[in-house]
Write a protein that binds this ligand. Structure first.
Ligand code: FAD
Length: 402
């Protein structure tokens, strides 16, 4: 059978499976129902052989190529899949464990993530360390049987549901700021872990602040090497940018091209040159990003991982969202801010418009992505870093400033 026929068969299988198993969209569910729905769907994906499509078979993945992953993601965009609680585990923590985990860590954690039994979160950002995450101050101190961990993390997506987290901790303040960090697996149900919700401007609480008070970390919970956490963080951030940049929203999302065309029709402006030009611009941006992501996946499959090009995808995705907000706002006018009770599109549009700006911040801000692209792709001079060679203990960074 030719590769093309194999891929067509794979697509037909995915399409039929999603048609039969993707749950109908459901609004107004409480947190427990959202979690149950996500876990059930992830379990069904796993049983059907659609979880971890590119992950190796020995950790429970499918061992398939990026073409199959692309096919799945194209077909999934036709549905509103309830996969939110698994986004961080499947997109970031899992792939990092595939790259850097010990055989014991892989066999303990990855199958349960893939099969929907356990949820993960990523604990990097702190009140004094966001863009400059290497300024982090949460610290882990060695004990006889592992480590004791204290500190605060913030903006932690899905921590309210998480069973485990990948956390960065300062383990040697006498080393320079990038050199004394370690990445650990933390049990989010362990004594001393407190998770508090943080609301964003949509009124929802997708992320949290997390406090760690004398939390025990086992000796075998280190991901990678002790004091080599920066390299592990770079690995995870690479997966994060690709995962955010390559993720496709459902076609029914109010900021997707097809929805905006409908909006233009409803507003009676679909035939006007101004509206058409803006929609065409948006379409070109969306399509260019899709093709860029396809190329990145193909190059990865050919042994050329994206590196800093993940930042291009992440930045282009965030800019696309901003552009889509502007077009949506202009087309809907006051209907995007206030609506009659029988208008179901109004609240969806308002939610889309209010949630989209987060894309310019989450996973590294647009400015940070531009810095990476400038230095690592365009070869521009590096930003001066006067603190790079100074022991962390002596730095005035983050909340250590005072
Ligand atoms: C929806 C959402 C989900 C998130 N989920 C998680 C999560 O699960 N886990 C996690 O650890 N974190 C998470 N974050 C946090 C996110 O990674 C940080 O918000 C982000 O890295 C920016 O850090 P900061 O908020 O501290 O802003 P700051 O770093 O304080 O930045 C403030 C401003 O200064 C600019 N700036 C900073 N440094 C530079 C520079 N060198 N050059 C140019 N401009 C600069 C920034 O671009 C920004 O505009 C999430 C954030 C959002 C919005």
């Amino acid at each position: 059978m030719s590769v093309l026929t194999e891929q067509q068969d794979y697509r037909s299988g995915v399409r039929a499976w999603l048609r039969d198993h993707a749950p109908e969209p459901a609004d107004g569910l409480d947190a427990n129902a959202v979690l149950r729905r996500a876990k059930d769907f992830q379990a069904a994906l796993y049983q059907a052989g659609y979880a971890g499509i590119t992950w190796p078979k020995d950790v429970g993945g499918q061992g398939l190529g990026t073409a199959e992953a692309q096919i799945f993601s194209d077909e999934a965009a036709e549905h509103e899949l309830p996969s939110g609680p698994f986004i961080i585990g499947m997109g970031m923590c899992g792939p990092t464990l595939v790259d850097l985990g010990t055989p014991e860590q892989k066999s303990r954690y990855l199958p349960k993530l893939l099969s929907g039994e356990e949820i993960w979160c990523q604990l990097f950002s702190e009140p004094g360390a966001g863009s400059d995450v290497a300024s982090l101050q949460a610290k882990a101190v060695r004990t006889d049987d592992g480590w004791v961990f204290n500190g605060q993390k913030v903006w932690t997506t899905n921590a309210q549901w998480a069973d485990y987290g990948a956390v960065l901790a300062r383990t040697d303040p006498d080393r320079t700021k990038h050199a004394g960090i370690t990445m650990f697996i933390v049990d989010m149900h362990a004594p001393g872990v407190t998770v508090r919700p943080l609301r964003d401007m949509t009124g929802r609480a997708p992320f949290n602040e997390v406090y760690f008070d004398d939390v025990h970390l086992a000796a075998d919970s280190v991901i990678g090497e002790v004091n080599q956490g920066w390299a592990a963080a770079v690995t995870m951030l690479g997966h994060e940018r690709v995962s955010i940049g390559a993720s496709r929203r459902p076609r029914s999302n109010p900021l997707e091209f097809a929805s905006l065309v409908e909006l233009a029709r409803a507003a009676g402006v679909a035939g006007e040159p101004g509206a058409r030009a803006r929609l065409a611009h948006l379409y070109a941006h969306e399509r260019a990003l899709e093709l860029f992501n396809v190329r990145m996946r193909q190059e990865t499959a050919a042994g050329n991982p994206p590196g800093a090009r993940g930042s291009v995808a992440k930045l282009a995705g965030a800019m696309l969202q901003r552009r889509a907000i502007e077009v949506a706002g202009d087309l809907a006018g006051a209907d995007a801010a206030a609506w009659e009770p029988d208008n179901t599109r109004g609240p969806e549009l308002a939610l889309g418009i209010n949630s989209a700006p987060a894309a310019s911040i989450a996973g590294g801000t647009n400015e940070i992505q531009r810095g990476i692209i400038g230095e690592r792709i365009l070869g521009l001079p590096k930003e001066p870093q006067v603190d790079r060679d100074v022991p962390f203990r002596e730095l005035k960074v983050g909340t250590q400033r005072t």
